[in-house]
Write a protein that binds this ligand. Structure first.
Ligand SMILES: Nc1nc2c(ncn2[C@@H]2O[C@H](COP(=O)(O)OP(=O)(O)O)[C@@H](O)[C@H]2O)c(=O)[nH]1
Ligand SMILES: [Mg+2]
Length: 307
């Protein structure tokens, strides 16, 4: 049973990581000190919902909450809006759309702004998901706007990823980037009350057929709940099935960390006197750009890649 105290502690813990006051471990330690139930072995199922702004993600999440609550599962929602640095606009809209669950202690809803300047999920988002897991919620839903890296990085936090789209106008699934077939576990064409929904679903199915994985394509009308029970069925089947996404998530995370580390080392190398000397010679026309790149790449210890 999740009480109001857990809500309060979780909200505080998320604020602490969001504001950089503490890291995940610190927040968790504090959280335990509050007396919140820190979970042992069982993990929450993390569902990622991504797609373009206005596709109906929040409306759909509201319906999913309803469905999971009917099964007595507790749900935490972390809604991320990378475009808005403050709790305005779409983020406020998210809250309004899920408002009717506000008094239910089995439902925790938190909006966050993604502060990561280069795009991508803010580290605080990942921490918030883990904290909600630790707080004992059965299901954690992460809603992210599918822009740039965010939709790919959701792989690192979610066990199941739902990519929400809307009926395309004219040129089929052009709006859906090819990369999405690699991260999607389920495609949802929402706003199926609009013209072109069937055609979009057919296009998506064709696209899926070209890929390696079998990705169900569903249609929903989030506004009135049409098709949501089918989505819940598929989600529940995935929740109870093999954790195939864990393999992808771990691969993704290992590559991401390696990349971060490589970037850190490259920047440190560029700050050395030796690198400065090379750049001085480049500035003075004593070296070509390619020679400078080769020389600097050698300092990194890796193979030179001149462009
Ligand atoms: N016609 C129609 N409108 C919808 C549907 N689902 C959501 N909407 C509306 O689309 C707008 C954007 O929805 P929202 O859930 O905020 O989208 P999000 O930005 O993806 O979270 C809202 O006005 C919703 O009421 C749907 O299935 N059909
Ligand atoms: Mg939303």
């Amino acid at each position: 049973m999740i009480g109001h105290r857990v809500h309060r502690d979780l909200a505080r813990a998320i604020s602490a990581v969001e504001n950089g006051i503490t890291d995940y471990r610190g927040a968790l330690a504090q959280f335990a000190a509050f007396g919140g139930p820190v979970r042992g072995d069982r993990r929450a199922d993390v569902i990622g919902i991504t797609g373009p702004p206005g596709a109906g993600k929040s409306t759909l999440v509201d319906r999913l909450i309803e469905g999971f609550r009917a099964d007595d599962a507790t749900v935490a929602v972390i809604a991320v809006d990378p475009s808005s640095p403050f709790t305005h606009g779409a983020v406020l809209g998210d809250r309004v759309r899920m408002q009717r669950h506000a008094g239910d202690p089995g439902v925790f809803i938190r909006s966050m702004a993604s502060r990561s300047a280069g795009g991508g999920l803010a580290p605080a988002t990942r921490d918030a998901v883990r904290l909600a897991d630790e707080a004992g919620f059965d299901i954690v839903i992460v809603e992210t706007v599918g822009v740039g890296q965010v939709e790919l990085e959701i792989v690192a936090v979610a066990d199941v990823i739902v990519v929400v789209t809307v009926p395309a106008l004219g040129d089929g699934v052009q709006a859906i980037k090819a990369g999405l077939t690699e991260i999607a576990d389920i495609f949802v064409v929402n706003m199926a009350d609009r013209p072109g929904a069937n055609a979009s679903a057919v296009d998506l199915k064709h696209m899926v057929r070209e890929g390696k994985r079998d990705i169900p394509v569903l249609q929903t009308i989030a506004q009135d709940g049409t098709g949501v029970s089918e989505l819940l069925e598929v989600l529940n089947a995935k929740r109870n099935g093999d954790d195939t996404n864990a393999v992808r998530a771990v691969r993704f995370e290992v590559v991401r960390r390696a990349r971060d580390e490589a970037v850190r080392r490259a920047l440190a190398t560029l700050d050395t006197h030796d690198a400065a000397a090379v750049l001085d010679r480049l500035r003075d026309h004593e070296l070509t750009r390619n020679d400078a790149i080769d020389a600097l790449a050698l300092m990194l210890g890796g193979p030179a890649h001149a462009h």
